[in-house]
Ligand binder design. Sequence first.
Ligand SMILES: [Zn+2]
Length: 272
Amino acid sequence: MWIDTHCHFDVAEFDPDRDLVAQQAWSAGVQAIAVIAYLAEYWPQLLSVCKSIKQPTLLPVLGLHPCYIAQHQTEHLEQLEVCLQQNQCIAVGEIGLDTYIADIKQPELYQKQQCFFAAQLDLAKQYAKPVVLHVRKAHADVFKILRQHEFNEGGIIHAFSGGIEEAKMYAKLGFKLGIGGSLTYEQAKRLHNVVAAMPIESLVIETDAPDMIPQPYRNPNAHYTRNSPAYLPCIAQALATSKQMTLEQLAPILWQNSCQALHLSLQSNGFI
Ligand SMILES: [Zn+2]
């Protein structure tokens, strides 16, 4: 009954027990997981992971992440086009702009970020695919580029970190906001305000596993605690509480929102 709209299920952290984690996610009601790429060299591994697991349904999303901008090459854009021609992914991501990290904010690299973002938007548009966006401290430039490139396929603003005005602007541009583990943290006041202010039709949920562990699974004594797509219901519960809805009311709406955002026609086998 749930779709994890953002998970890095292909990464090495899941190599030792990926089948088990997939089973745990399935048992927790997670029927589909969007597996999001970040570097071209890992796309083949991502695609093979997506083929190797049947439950939940794994949905490949291919793209070049702005935080790895120094490593991206023009030929990777050509590879992305080949993948799109062969319909190997359901969406393009994660792509976008990031000026939070000092290194990639410097003019030359930020220019390159904008070029790669624009080029990937154009490819998504050409092949009628939605996009999964990573945006940190760069909303104004993202709005500008989305408009300049007349991008109308929609998608998801992953781990949304903006304010209410920005949230409304994305909704107007046809995007859903990805809500993750941050919502389980009481101190994330801004996110709680955004979630309260936005209609449920504008929201989807995501784990961003192995990162962004939800509060109830956090072990303050452990050096590193891996997040899992099996923890998605905990985010659904935080959202249900915030919107004063039951999980049964929330599930079909989020399912529909996710399908709309990612251009999917998936049937849920759950109780919805
Ligand atoms: Zn991510």
